[in-house]
Write a new protein. Sequence first.
Length: 358
Amino acid sequence: MQTFDIVRKSQPNKSFRVASIIGKFDLQSEEVVEQFIGQFDIPEQWNVGLIVGKSGTGKTTIAKELFENAYITDYTYIADCILDDMPSDCSVEQITSMFNAVGFSSPPSWLKPYSALSNGQKMRVDLAHSLLLNKELIVFDEFTSVVDRQVAQIGSFAVQKAIRKQDKKFIAVTCHHDVEDWLLPDWVFNTDTMTFHSFEGQKKNRPEIKFEIFNTADKTIWKMFAKHHYLSHSHNNAASVYVALVNDQIAGFLSVLHLPHPKAKNIKKVHRLVILPDYQGAGFGIKFLNEVGKEYKKQTYRFTIVTSAPSLIGALKKSNEWICKHYGRMTAKTGIIHGNNNSSNNSKNRITASFELK
């Protein structure tokens, strides 16, 4: 058990303005004294902690005092591309793998400078940067403070998945209680009441999410997703289009084409799949694929996808509902070549994985 009794004193110089406020409000002293008393009983095995409370209740003071060497506020980003702002001793593979781990899975955005990212993306980049520093403990202040609350919740769930996968220790410091259910912390210290609570050994379940899928004839909705697709901004108007909503907000796009084949006449292939950045890392892509794929399976179609996105390949390999049919470069001998043979986006020009829904 770790106890603390922190005293902070502030005594401004006697200026005209200071004297004016002291006199106007009849303050007994110009010295401001704050005291924070409490105790932490952190379990031996843990990955995610949460320090939460209203502004002015001592969150930052306590975090800095108890975890000074692990405390993080922000980083300096100066490069034209965030890839070049990551630690210099990390390979491109390590960086992109970490981006995917924290739910920042949009390769086009990897080429942007930090200033061009959304607040939700910036939060995930900061976390990826922290994890790439190879620190055992990370204390992240102002966690989700500048993002939309729904984005904060989805982001929190993605963050805790990445932390546990890396087997790191992460402490979020925030004034927002709404992230607790999504961050699934192993322990919480509430600075409003100066109380500590451990959830050691308790089962952690993510809150229910309203997830809906709609088939739409409006092909122009692709414009909303095009810039986030890792491969191409083009779209075949012959494809059937599906849109996913998360808590009534548009979050994902999936389109399906019939696959011409010399023998099999019942194969449908995924043409485009995009989950908007703020909703990445929470498993919506796989859920989207599974739900749409099952509807085609009911109609006796085979349902396939070819992708070179590392995060999607990894997720499909782990899924019990998909089987990997091919991994490597597609050729006329090993399988059907997808796309225009003269296109630079042709799957012959990159490593791909082909999967089929069981």
